[in-house]
Design a protein around this ligand. Structure first.
Ligand code: GTP
Ligand code: MG
Length: 360
């Protein structure tokens, strides 16, 4: 371990020893900020490396299977996709990223089987850097565990240490550096985080002059993430494998990591539900196009992500359509009022039927 890593461990131990209460919460928050800053330093030290297992992204979305060794990640990849990843009854069977494709409701979803995560992965243990760097670019994380394995918070911690936040969204916080004036905190009355506390947190990151805009209820984690900027937020679900060994397994402690699916890769239990859960969590939109002859192709939807607009449809068909665009006609299952004429920035719903009218 490097000296930075030792220093982080020391502070982590101090947090563990400190009873959490009103009198100590700010102290603990500042220690967390210190850890976050040291971790950033540790990453920069090691070259910051964004070198994953160079698997090119393919399809409409990418899903990473993340979990301890031997829980059945490869077995799951094999039942979810067309791929064959080696399965073994011991830890560290998988040594690199193995991609597979799951076709579901017209979407092609890339699933990545990865080596197991172990403690200190974020410091590079067990090819941790490559694993976490690959996970970083995923659209969804499936945390895989089994009925005999606990400690998922350790996995979440390794992800967090490498700058990956699961199952939580980015908060509306803006930090603008200034040249003078100290730390000025701007927040609505109902946001109760203490301004002096925010000043102290900023100090941990050596920020002395800045305007801090806080637009909703936040805690110190949200602030720490906003200062460092290099966090990614990825939704997560949990797959509890080997349910054939213990059907009564209690999943309630796991719900804080995301929606939980009980599965058995071996006996193919719960696999369809997991497929549907993956698809639903990706929040993909299916858009059907009407061609010049007026025929709708329901077999080959365009797959877009939540929040996409007509512009994204044009972009997917052919960039030049954006320039020649006149208007679009939209209808669909989720549009009770029937056909509507809309502009290029109109937001789409799942299963919209779209006709693009262009100038040529
Ligand atoms: N009982 C039972 N065993 C399973 C199930 N799925 C996988 N296994 C067994 O669990 C062991 C590990 O399976 P893998 O798929 O290799 O696990 P992994 O998570 O990819 O392991 P690493 O690559 O080493 O991290 C193998 O012996 C599998 O046969 C299941 O649903 N039920
Ligand atoms: Mg494996």
């Amino acid at each position: 371990m490097s000296t930075i890593e030792e220093r982080i461990k020391e502070i982590e131990d101090e947090i563990k020893r400190t009873q959490y209460n009103k009198a100590t919460e700010h102290h603990i928050g500042l220690l967390k900020a210190k850890i976050a800053r040291l971790q950033m330093e540790a990453r920069a030290h090691k070259g910051g490396g964004h070198y994953g297992f160079s698997i090119p992204k393919s399809g409409d979305a990418t899903v990473a299977l993340v979990g301890f060794p031997n829980v059945g990640k490869s077995s799951l990849l094999n039942v979810l996709t067309n791929s064959e990843s080696e399965v073994g009854s011991y830890a560290f069977t998988t040594l690199k990223a193995i991609p597979g494709v799951m076709e579901y409701k017209g979407a092609e979803i890339q699933i990545l089987d990865l080596p197991g995560i172990i403690e200190n992965a974020s410091y590079g243990a067990g090819r941790g850097r490559e694993i976490l760097s690959t996970v970083r670019s995923a659209d969804l994380i499936v945390i895989v565990t089994d009925v005999e394995t606990g400690g998922l918070d350790k996995i979440v911690k390794e992800l967090y240490n490498s700058g990956i936040v699961v199952n939580r969204r980015r908060k509306n916080i803006e930090i603008k550096k200034t040249t003078s004036g100290g730390i000025r905190v701007h927040k609505p009355k109902n946001v109760d985080i203490d301004s002096e506390y925010i000043r102290q947190l900023m100090k941990e990151f050596k920020l002395v002059n800045a305007d801090v805009y806080i637009r909703e209820q936040v805690n110190e984690d949200d602030i720490i993430e906003a200062v460092q900027k290099n966090y990614v937020y990825i939704p997560s679900i949990v797959a509890v494998n080997k349910i054939d060994m213990n059907g009564a397994f209690d999943t309630s402690p796991l719900t804080r990591f995301g929606e939980v699916f009980k599965v058995s890769a071996k006996n193919r239990i719960g696999i369809d539900e997991l497929r549907e859960g993956i698809y639903r969590s990706l929040k993909l939109l299916r858009v059907y196009l009407r061609n010049k002859a007026g025929v709708v192709d329901f077999d080959k939807p365009l797959i877009l992500t939540d929040g996409s607009t007509v512009r994204d449809v044009c972009r997917k068909i052919n960039r030049s359509l954006i320039d020649s665009f006149r208007y679009a006609i939209i209808s669909g299952k989720n549009r009770p009022i029937g056909e509507q004429r809309v502009g290029i920035d109109y937001p789409l719903l799942d299963e919209d039927i779209v006709t693009i009218i262009s100038r040529n």
